[in-house]
Design a protein around this ligand. Structure first.
Ligand SMILES: Cc1cc2nc3c(=O)[nH]c(=O)nc-3n(C[C@H](O)[C@H](O)[C@H](O)COP(=O)(O)OP(=O)(O)OC[C@H]3O[C@@H](n4cnc5c(N)ncnc54)[C@H](O)[C@@H]3O)c2cc1C
Length: 364
């Protein structure tokens, strides 16, 4: 049996960010990842957007950690040569009936402390993005994009330079309390005994939490998987900013938006529907929905939309539920438990790591 100080389960952006922060202060930090390298799930299947924090309720963890994470992530990218761009985003109202919702989004962003928000008329929207059709817009200059793979690579390399170990092909398959700590058995037969356990299992955080003995139904922490697809097009270029419709009123997702990557390539998505199994196959049955959603704010031919990526969100919000926040808590002695780290989890990852660090300081 291997004795370790802190065991982080999961090498996505959040697990790596936590290991990076912990390794600066604690010895013997180990990250165990079931796949053969980092970031094979949600952290490499997302929009790569550095969010500003306009959407979530004031005082929520999502708001607080997103607004803080936004600044921290830009600073980390600048310091460590991670490709990124503060390109800004335009949220558009496409008919007059959407104007109250647009103003409410602006006011919510202001309440959340997001800097630089500006309401624009139709002409000012066109000046920002000549191709866009909108009656009004909300300009959010602190939104940006980053190269997520390089971000995770830097975190992994620096965590290791600070003395952490990241071990791959290690799937935790049972977890038991042992005195003050935890015994974790892996599918390959390895057994680790840890003083502190961190659940950063992303899509599989529910499985990890159940193994550690938590009754998720009783705690209201059951995880729901929600899939989303992206379509790309090569017919649009020189789009300078991200373009979003108003968010879905159910709060399930942000609406089928347009993102650009660092090479200027354009894609649309993700949409959102709940699923029972993790399955990354592209289904293509939503093409018409995509075409009409996109054409409300931009003209694109149906034939010019090509299947691209697929991602799955680990949500605490089930079908028909209202807003659910990130859950980051000491749910059992010496267990830092992270559940429902969906969007804006990538943006928030440095602030989430700070939060986990403070929890571990409180334990050790
Ligand atoms: C479609 C989509 C778009 C999004 N867009 C954005 C965006 O633009 N901006 C933003 O800020 N956020 C966005 N997000 C959210 C963001 O991607 C996630 O919040 C973030 O990547 C979560 O990182 P994570 O490390 O918690 O999870 P993951 O990346 O899923 O990592 C968890 C890791 O744990 C490992 N693991 C799980 N169980 C075990 C086990 N038993 N043993 C060992 N290892 C295990 C998994 O293999 C995995 O590598 C989006 C999400 C989706 C799905």
């Amino acid at each position: 049996m291997e004795q370790v100080n802190i065991l982080v389960i999961g090498a996505g952006a959040v697990g790596l960010s936590i290991a990076h922060a912990l390794a600066a202060e604690f010895e013997d930090v180990v990250v165990a990842e079931q796949e053969e390298s980092f970031g094979r799930h949600t952290s490499s299947r997302n929009s790569e957007v550095i969010h500003s924090g306009i959407y979530y309720p004031q005082g929520s963890r999502k708001t607080e950690l997103c607004v803080r994470g936004n600044n921290m992530l830009y600073a980390y990218c600048a310091q460590h040569d991670i490709p990124h761009r503060r390109c800004g985003k335009l949220v558009v109202a496409t008919d007059a009936a959407e104007l109250p919702a647009l103003r409410e989004l602006h006011d919510n962003g202001v309440r959340n402390g997001v800097a630089g928000l500006e309401l624009l008329d139709s002409e000012a929207c066109k000046q920002r993005v000549p191709q866009v059709c909108a009656v009004a817009g909300l300009w959010a200059p602190s939104t940006g994009i980053l190269d997520t793979h390089t971000y995770m690579k830097r975190l992994a390399d620096q965590a290791e330079q600070r003395g952490a170990f990241i071990v791959y092909d290690m799937r935790a398959q049972s977890i038991e309390r042992d005195g003050d700590g935890w015994v974790v058995r892996f599918a390959n037969g390895e057994v680790f005994c840890a003083n502190v356990l961190v659940n950063a299992g992303g899509l599989f955080c529910g499985e990890v939490a159940r193994m550690a003995g938590l009754d998720l139904e009783q705690r209201g922490l059951a995880i729901h998987w929600c899939k989303g697809e992206y379509y790309k097009t090569t017919k649009l270029d020189n789009i300078p900013h991200l373009i979003y419709p108003l968010p879905d009123p159910s709060g399930t997702f942000l609406g089928i938006h347009l993102t650009i990557n660092l090479a200027g390539e354009v894609r649309f998505g993700p949409n959102a529907w709940y699923i029972d199994d993790i399955d990354y196959r592209f289904e293509e049955r939503w093409l018409d929905e995509f075409h009409s959603a996109v054409n409300r704010y931009l003209v694109v031919d149906r034939d010019d939309l090509m299947p691209d990526d697929v991602g799955i969100r680990p949500k605490l919000q089930g079908p028909g539920d209202g807003f659910r926040d990130f859950h980051i808590a000491l749910d059992a002695p010496r267990l830092v438990n992270l559940m429902g780290i969906e969007s804006p989890g990538l943006t928030a990852s440095p602030a989430i790591a700070q939060e986990a660090l403070e929890m571990v300081r409180g334990i050790m």
